[in-house]
Every structure is written in C-alpha cells, then in structure tokens.
Design a protein around this ligand. Structure first.
Ligand code: ZN
Ligand code: ZN
Length: 362
C-alpha cells in the first residue's frame, strides 16, 4: 500500500497529527511572544542545546541502542534517565518505539516495515506516525521489554512523564533564567520540534542518501552530515548490517556522540557488556561489498586472488583465535597473536583495496 493512500481522514491518528503539525507553529508563536515580552537572551540557547542532547540521546543511546538492540547493558539509574528524558522527546513510550523499530529491522523496506522508505520520503519521515496503527500491530509489544519494570512504568505513565520532562522542566529552567515563557518556547517546544526532525531523518534521509560500504541488501546508507544532526546515527548502513554493535560510527574518528556517551557510562560503571563487531567481520563485509560493486562494473579481480587468499586465511585464523580466547584462562598470549594477525589482515586488506580501486579506474 502506498503511503499517500493511507492518508484518509478516517485513518488519521489525530493526536499525533495535531501534535506534529501544531508544535512547529506553536514554536513560532511562542518564540515571538517571548521575544516581545522579555527580549531574546542568547544564554537560553545553552540549556536548549543541552536538552537537545539529553532528550535526543535518551532516544539514540536508550530507546535505540539499549532497549531495541540490547547492544549493551545499563544499570537502573541510566535506564531511569533515558526513560525520563526520552519521554521528553515526544516519540512515544520506549515500549512502543522499540516494537516499531524492531519491526523496521526485521522487515526493512517491505510493507511490514512501519517506516518503509519505498513508500516515499514523507511517509518514512513522519507520515507513518500520523495514521492509525494497523490492527494487527496494535499493542504488539516486545515481550522482553514489557517485563522490564522501569520500561513498563514509563509506558503506563507516558503522558505525565513527557509533559514533565518535555515542557515543565524546560519552563522551570527558563523561569530561573529570567523567562518561564522563554524556557517553554526555546528549551521546550522549539527543542522538541528540532529533535523530532533530527531523529525522523534517520528513517527518511538515512534510507535515501549516502554510501553503502557494508551492504546493499537494504536501503540504509552511511551519511556523515546526518550523523552530525542525529547524534551519530547517520552511519545507518553499518548499523543495519551490524545492528547489535553499540557503535554506529565504528571508526574512532567518526562522529558518534551516542557511542562516546555509552563508553563514558561504562567508565562510570553505569553500563557494561558493550557489544562490538570484530574488525575482521567489518573488513570482510567491506571487501565483499567492494567486490560486488566492481563486478557490476565488469572489473576482473583475478590478478588479486593471492591477496584475497591471504585475507581469507587471516580471517579464518582470527575466528579460530577468538574461539580459543573464549575458553582460555591465560589470555595474554592469545591476545598478542590476535593483534599480530589483525596487523597482517589490515595490510593485506589495504593492498587489496588499493589495487582493486586502481582496477576500477583502468
Ligand atoms: Zn536500529
Ligand atoms: Zn533504518
């Protein structure tokens, strides 16, 4: 079914539709009223930016990477923060959000995908939120999450919680900065609209524009510009291929503040069991994707067969070493061998990529 065909008056979720259309208008009206009444205080932008990060990253580090994908474990304090400030992003309860998101990964790009990009940018961005949920999915919550007491409580008291953390707390902050109205307009409603679209872009933009270094079996793309707006979630091609990895921007230099927050939380003792994809698996996916792209262009890679063979061997050795590592009591020797093997793999991979790219331009 085409997204636009679902837009019928009798099929609209009026609460969501009015909220999504009226909040941008309310921002304009409230900011104008605030400036007229109290003048604009640029310092008001500091808590607004902080709340942009706290509420948005409660979605990306909490709703997404913790609750939906279980890519790490968190203590109750961290979960509480995510659930309180995630509610203030007005994107539904974690329980509902995660159910939709898991459906997105399982049925990516088909009609069971709630934000199926094949139904258009607008549908994937926010259209799907504005129509009533199909009967068969209504209340189909993730069982493992429903049995988490904190998640269940947030679901039950979602409305008062989102008003508290999304609007009341910002208004109080504004009050102490000299303008309650300014707090509501800038830190509250305006920030909600901004966070909305930054995170909605992950379902629209990240499935339309960018590169596909790891897989082309779905529409997810890597996009640095989007990563900047979306707390690091723009590396969406990596995420769709390695969805249990707590990182989306997997290289140390890739902008992924959500990954850095999870690392910091682990250092503070609030998070543990961070899941990482091994480097050999990542390189393997990259190599296969490059091979696939070059084959489409008709490139003959047979001259690089010997390099490819040493890559395959290094990957097999690493897989074996990691199996041994799991069983070993003294790990230092095995870790040293893994390091050496990874070094050899990286060198072979670089040689292969360099020559394969030259072939491409031959
Ligand atoms: Zn995901
Ligand atoms: Zn996606």
């Amino acid at each position: 079914m085409e997204g636009k065909k679902r837009f019928r008056l009798n099929n609209l979720d009026w609460v969501n539709t009015l909220f999504l259309t009226l909040t941008p208008l309310a921002t304009i009206v409230l900011v104008a009223a605030y400036v007229k009444k109290d003048g604009f205080d640029p310092l008001m932008l500091i808590p607004a930016v902080l709340m942009y990060f706290i509420s948005g990253m409660s979605i990306t580090a909490g709703y997404h990477r913790l609750f939906s994908h279980r890519s790490y474990q968190a203590n109750s304090f961290l979960k509480f923060i995510y659930l309180l400030f995630g509610a203030g992003a007005f994107q539904n309860s974690a329980l509902k959000w995660c159910t939709d998101h898991r459906r997105h990964h399982t049925h990516c790009d088909d009609e069971k995908d709630p934000y199926n990009i094949r139904e258009g940018f607008w549908w994937a961005h926010m259209g799907w939120v504005m129509v009533k949920e199909e009967e068969k999915y209504n209340g189909a919550y993730a069982k493992d999450l429903a049995s988490d007491k904190l998640v269940w409580l947030q679901h039950k008291y979602y409305l008062p919680l989102c008003v508290l953390s999304g609007f009341i707390i910002p208004t109080i902050i504004g009050y102490f900065m000299g303008s309650a109205l300014g707090g509501l307009a800038v830190i509250g409603v305006g920030r909600v609209v901004f966070v909305h679209h930054c995170t909605f872009f992950i379902n629209s933009w990240a499935h339309m524009w960018g590169t596909q270094p790891y897989t082309d079996t779905n529409t997810a793309k890597d996009n640095f510009v989007l990563a900047v707006f979306s707390y690091g979630e723009g590396y969406h091609n990596f995420h769709h291929y390695f969805q249990t990895d707590y990182r989306n921007g997997v290289r140390w230099y890739q902008y992924d503040p959500t990954k850095w927050l999870i690392n910091l939380s682990a250092k503070a003792g609030w998070a543990h069991s961070l899941k990482r994809t091994s480097e050999e698996e990542i390189l393997k996916a990259k190599l296969e994707m490059t091979e696939k792209n070059l084959a489409v262009k008709g490139a003959d890679l047979s001259a690089l067969d010997h390099v490819k063979q040493s890559i395959d061997e290094a990957i097999l050795n690493l897989q074996e070493l990691r199996r041994e590592l799991k069983k070993a009591s003294d790990t230092s020797e095995l870790e040293g061998r893994i390091k050496e093997e990874l070094k050899a793999l990286r060198a072979a991979f670089d040689t292969w990529s360099y020559n394969a790219t030259k072939l491409n331009f031959a």
